[in-house]
Ligand binder design. Sequence first.
Ligand code: SAM
Ligand code: SF4
Length: 334
Amino acid sequence: MSQIVSPLIDRFGRAITYLRVSVTDRCDFRCTYCMAEDMTFLSRKDLLTLEEIDRLTSAFIARGVRKIRLTGGEPLVRRNIMWLVEAVSRHLGNDLDELTLTTNGSQLARYADALAGAGIVRINVSLDTLDAAKFRVLTRWGDFDQVMRGIDAADRAGLKIKINTVALRDCNEDEIADLLRWCHGRGFDLTLIETMPMGEIEADRTDQYLPLSLVRARLEQRFTLADIPYRSGGPARYAQVAETGGRLGFITPMTHNFCESCNRVRVTCTGTLYMCLGQDDAADLREPLRASVSDDLLHATIDAAIARKPKGHDFVIDRRAAPAVSRHMSVTGG
Ligand code: SAM
Ligand code: SF4
């Protein structure tokens, strides 16, 4: 019989209410800023089963987590992913406020209706360009039209869509205004993200990095941006764009410290708990999960890990520096 468990509060008083779960490290794209082209992926035997992920998420929900995001790699390439979505969605309306996912959109045409049917209300779709040729270069393997069909299907299914765009110097910086108009024209929020130094890639991150302070200053020459208190439960800070009537989010881990109000932790598809996106410290939850049918050891391991959650990340983008953390973003899913 499990003990009665208490909410997860770290030593800086931050309540952990948001869990991001990477359900696979695999992906059908190879975005240049995210992965190397010849990535080596985990062997399937190291992965948590979907049943184990369900048990893990339920343990976090019992500890006060109210929002769960499935991510990856590409979450929709994990086999039987809808089983997990449906399993976790049983908590919705009770002890879970939101189940959502971040996807590259490639499989949305297939899954949009099922996701909406399972109680998913909002999704994030990553899209860095509206130019099909550039999209192919950036994602290496992605098909722009397939992603557009996926976005259309999600829209038709009634899912609220937020587009995530990584701002990349000399790549999509001249397109941000067009992306903004396109998103808002279709009723989607747009959130811009700074590149983070995670994992070895072929390109030099100093060449890719574009501070959002600069992007915002440029946008403000054309648009009227008013900061608003709206929050979507994550690290984005939002502005209302007068000309389009839509919302524009900024995720600025590099130019502003976004750690003070961090309510998040991340679990990888092997059951490794990362307390901070930008630090290497982690706790293995797979072993306690597999050690016993009781969750007691699991909860004790989670408690010990949360007690070590660091104050913040140490991201620096410097031509000479190695990545701040050696793992790729696709391990923890952002
Ligand atoms: N495959 C899914 C997708 O692309 O939406 C989910 C996983 S992906 C790792 C999650 C988000 O992280 C995407 O929006 C992607 O653009 C972003 N991302 C990947 N590598 C990044 C990096 N080094 N810095 C900033 N964002 C990154
Ligand atoms: Fe795949 Fe997402 Fe990384 Fe692109 S950003 S390679 S779609 S995991």
